[in-house]
Design a binder for this molecule. Sequence first.
Ligand SMILES: O=c1[nH]c(NC[C@H](O)[C@H](O)[C@H](O)CO)c([N+](=O)[O-])c(=O)[nH]1
Length: 192
Amino acid sequence: MFSGTKGPGEAEAMDGTNLRVLIVHARWNTSLVTPLVEGARKKLQERGVKASNIITQSVPGSWELPIAVQRLYSASQVQASSAPSGDLLGGLGRSSTPVPGASSSSKGTFDAIIAIGVLIKGDTAHFEHIAESVSRGLMRVQLDFGVPVIFGLLTVLNEEQARKRAGLTFDGYNHGEDWGDAAAEMGAKRKL
Ligand SMILES: O=c1[nH]c(NC[C@H](O)[C@H](O)[C@H](O)CO)c([N+](=O)[O-])c(=O)[nH]1
């Protein structure tokens, strides 16, 4: 965890034993997204979340994160309240995921969701449109559905900034770990 002035401070000790967490990540900039996902997964397991209760799904890019978060959460709610059914993904269709050991099916609802993507500014306004819309979309899903959606969208000006925040440089640290801590804390508090 970041020990400087910034950052969330010491995470509250939360027991993640009974939590089920969904990680939805973009496949754009995979070499940067994968360490972020792995950092989040590592922290979740350090907080006691069972590996089998960490469900990972991927989408093409960050633009698709809000709809995937909404659809996967809705599907899990249906599944949690009815007989075991088949594909959690519903109409999303199965997508490969580059994170080793990831699983793409689940039984039951989610206590927290982490949405992960890396947006790197180009020389057009495309970046701003995606960043603004995805941010608003993820906030809307968490408030509409009452489930914590951890904001794991890196919006950076260049690849070096992303590498630093993915813990890939000597002076960086992996923001995915903070997102894992936040998911464990918010998921546990949701059960209080
Ligand atoms: O996740 C990203 N998606 C990006 N674009 C794809 C977008 O998220 C959608 O997947 C695409 O527009 C199709 O809807 C990016 N850029 O364009 O630069 C990017 O940097 N990161």
